[in-house]
Write a protein that binds this ligand. Structure first.
Ligand code: SME
Length: 160
């Protein structure tokens, strides 16, 4: 396990992910406990990417339940089809929301959140986990975030 996180100094998003994702891979490679791994991933993404809010929701008894996160306190339960997270779960798709006020039914856990990306992870064909990243800036997520955050979800899928 990596003992110290090397924090990116570059302001280039792709370069930051290129430094962080291998560290995440190393961090979770020898650990089988899902919550421990999710907790460390949120810490790496918060400190390394400087996200406003980053966290996981776990599918439990047909609801999303808040898991490890970093940032302001958040809604603890989200139903299928509700908000960005519940919609991503229902559709099994990554959702990029450039302006949360334009997303019908967006759940505002923090009034400072302006844009958001939500990605599902699958066990076989079922969504079992959602990663949610919020920004306090409009239009802060793009295809680079989809690619690298998606690669983190694929790393987790290898461990369910
Ligand atoms: N905005 C999300 C809810 C989760 S919080 O942003 C942490 C949604 O609409 O599903």
């Amino acid at each position: 396990m990596a003992e110290e996180l090397v924090i990116p100094t570059s302001s280039d998003k792709r370069e930051k992910y290129e430094l962080l994702v291998p560290q995440i891979k190393a961090l979770i490679s020898d650990e089988t406990d899902l919550i421990a791994n999710l907790a460390n991933i949120t810490a790496v993404l918060k400190s390394g990417m400087g996200f406003f809010w980053v966290g996981f929701y776990l599918v439990k008894q047909n609801e999303l339940v808040l898991g490890p996160f970093q940032g302001p306190i958040a809604c603890t339960r989200i139903r299928k089809g509700k908000g960005v997270c519940g919609t991503s779960w229902e559709q099994g798709e990554t959702l990029l929301v450039p302006d949360v006020d334009q997303f019908p039914g967006h759940i505002a856990c923090s009034s400072d959140s302006r844009s958001e990306i939500v990605l599902p992870a699958f066990d076989k064909d079922e969504v079992v986990l959602i990663l949610d990243v919020d920004s306090n800036k409009l239009n802060d997520f793009d295809e680079i975030d989809r690619e690298y955050l998606g690669s983190i979800m694929r790393l987790l899928e290898g461990k369910f």
